[in-house]
Write a protein that binds this ligand. Sequence first.
Ligand code: URA
Length: 258
Amino acid sequence: MDPDLKERLRFYQELGISDFYRPEPAAASAAVPNPAPPRPRPAPAPPPTPVFVPGPVTDDLFRATAPRETLEAIRADLGDCRRCQLHAGRNTIVFGSGNPKADVVFVGEGPGADEDAQGLPFVGRAGQLLTEMINNSAAKLNVPLRREQVYICNVLKCRPPGNRTPEKDEIDTCLPFLLRQLDAIRPRVIVALGATAARALLNTSEAMARLRGRWFEFRGARLLVTYHPAYLLRDPAKKREAWEDMQILLGFLYPREL
Ligand code: URA
């Protein structure tokens, strides 16, 4: 079997998806007597109903007309940042990467060892899973989203030592740069990956169980919370819920296709 196909089947099976089918081949010739009627395609399961939780009122007219900063200007302002203690242990600042005009921005926690070495977000094992979550979910639902089309960044731009959980003062120092990035991109949807990103962006201490799989209003965009891919690597049983979240995301982005 094609190794790519094998890998994708493994991913779907981990999500608990087993309804694989092929379209019936066209009848070989009109002379074939009584061809079997085509098997009906099972309808894809409807995505879970999203709950839209209105947040603080945003001034949409202002957002639509206000001049935007560029990501380059924000990166230049960040400079060789020494605003918090994390600068001492980092190799590289991981600003973010992807499409500056993306409809979707994925926000993680902070760079790990691979990201710190390469200067790019989500390039290690968790990043590989994030790529699979985006590309394979889109392929499964037959919509054209690919990782290259989204923007990916983190709450923190520098790696915490030993990948420890970020401290409050580190988040408070770094968050304004993330907010400026989001305002510069103006995505339709922000996906917060895990509790650190969700809590930092929504300014809450709510448990993931109450945040995950729900829509929030955030600075004129919609914000969806899902599990961090590193958590899914530790607890693969949760991939089923992450798949439901991807269906919510893709259902909003591609309402006509789904
Ligand atoms: N985990 C994160 O939160 N961000 C990365 O960029 C990589 C791993």
